[in-house]
Design a protein around this ligand. Sequence first.
Ligand code: AMP
Ligand code: MG
Length: 406
Amino acid sequence: MNWSDRLPLANISVVAAQAAIDQYARPLSVVSKCLRELTGCVLAQSIYLERDQPPFDRVTMDGIALASDAAPNREFIISGIQAAGAAPLTLASKALCIEVMTGAYLPVGCDCVIPVERIRSDNGVAYLNDDVQLSAWLNVHRRGSDARANEEILKPGQHLNAVDIAVIASAGFAHVPVHATPRIAVISTGDELVEPGQPIQDWQIRRSNSYALLSALRKHGFATLTDMHLCDDREQLRIQLSTLLEQHDTLILSGGVSAGRFDYVPQVLSEIGVTCIFHKVLQRPGKPMWFGSRDDGKTVYALPGNPVSILVCFYRYVLRGLQRTMGITKFPVQYARLGSYAKAHDKLTCFVPVKLVDDAAITMATPLPTRGSGDFISLLNTDGFVELPASDALIPSGTIVPVYRW
Ligand code: AMP
Ligand code: MG
């Protein structure tokens, strides 16, 4: 669906808001990153194996290597030691064996490894225990048995985890191309806000939203973060937001997007070239949420300042949008079963904070409603929130609903 003909969208559904973000949050350019920086990144090209895997016939036990057709011989003179990482030795005769270590190259002329626990050695001679039977390729991890050189082992779009990174390293790559991770500015707005640690008047409020957002961002691997506070001053907002937009891929604002006299954020954003994609979503909390995009692909999320709203909007929309800019395309929804009934709203999707208990098969979510979007103290006992569709009936206990964890 193309939204651009009817922008800005107003009072849209949660599903439409998510779809609009999906359309405008585009993968960033491709950059080369080293192995230590790959966690959580999305691969931008295929990875092919450098060599067969394993690259040689690999010894899998500490013991002796010999020729399996040496039978009926049961005693072997130990003619050398083959350590892991050493160039291969050669077995000179079937009357001999070579002491071998796990991970070593199987010496040339050998095809069988007997573990040290199953032999007795005395004076340079290894004696096989009575129950040992020789057979070809015993305790040998054969060359190419896992994968072949030049095989495509990872495809573009792979969201890299520890296993993938191990395989990339084993394929010999020190750097790989991935989508860039967004540079993000977190901006609080509001004349009433005072930094923690500073003296405060009765009528002022602690600046807490940015710390929640920065922590959530760091937890999800976003490390290039700017933390900024701006007053409710149109001119200052215009100058500073314009500069921040040049230096970052995404801005996340809190406060100043509602209908108050000093809520300048939407107006200022459009003045600096950010097109409003939507303003106001049929949801509670977080109804005044604003989302925009600039021609160069930069995205701006302006969240209503109430502390519960910013958290809900972050986990429901912003995180997904940021992950899309990193090239992530799959967002499996998690579900939980309501542990008690929940009250919905007849026209709005409700995000209700919950306590989660992991049962054997499914997570149980018990609603712990707050006293409104400004009551973030109630969130202390919660683990996330559930999404309840608009309904004029109570949602019964046991209903399966989407869940988002803090
Ligand atoms: P606003 O969206 O600017 O109208 O703010 C809504 C409510 O959230 C007001 O009570 C603000 O004081 C509060 N608020 C706004 N920004 C923050 C912030 N960064 N930290 C804590 N509370 C905030
Ligand atoms: Mg404000």
